[in-house]
Design a protein around this ligand. Structure first.
Ligand SMILES: [Zn+2]
Length: 151
């Protein structure tokens, strides 16, 4: 599963692209804590002569293991990730680029923008450190089983 934008062949202006991301995407990165995922990625790419503005919206849910009961815990995902791509041949000062966004620098010969790593990082950062169901919503069967194991 590739989230690649063919930047070279894009005409100047704004273009929208969509990707679907599932479990396999996270598995290709080694998985981490994600055991399942259903994510829609909407990308608006605005191409200018020296830089490209990317507005990436990731929505859906990821499934992780609850730290307390080990049952599936569904986490809603709604991430807005704007960033700027600039070409290393163009000086940043020459262009009207909004600072503060994440900036990805591409070499002049690179015609493709692979968004996979960026999307993965954003989703993983969005997962809370403490992954537990809300109080009282843990799986009672699983909790009982764990009690027995710990006994
Ligand atoms: Zn739980």
């Amino acid at each position: 599963m590739n989230c690649v934008i063919d930047i070279k062949s894009l005409a100047l202006g704004t273009h929208s692209q969509e990707f679907k991301i599932g479990k396999e995407f996270f598995e290709s990165f080694g998985g981490g804590d994600v055991i399942d995922a259903i994510l829609d990625v909407n990308v608006d790419v605005t191409k200018s002569s020296g830089w490209i503005k990317v507005d990436c919206n990731i929505t859906g849910e990821v499934v992780v293991e609850c730290d307390r009961c080990l049952a599936e815990l569904r986490l809603p995902v709604d991430i807005s990730a704007p960033f700027t791509v600039k070409f290393s041949s163009v000086s940043m000062e020459d262009e009207d680029v909004e600072y503060g966004d994440d900036v990805i620098v591409l070499g002049p010969s690179e015609g493709e923008l692979d968004m996979s790593q960026t999307i993965y990082d954003y989703v993983m950062t969005n997962i809370p450190l403490k992954k537990v169901h809300a109080e009282g919503e843990c799986d009672p069967v699983m909790l009982e089983k764990m009690k027995e194991i710990l006994r």
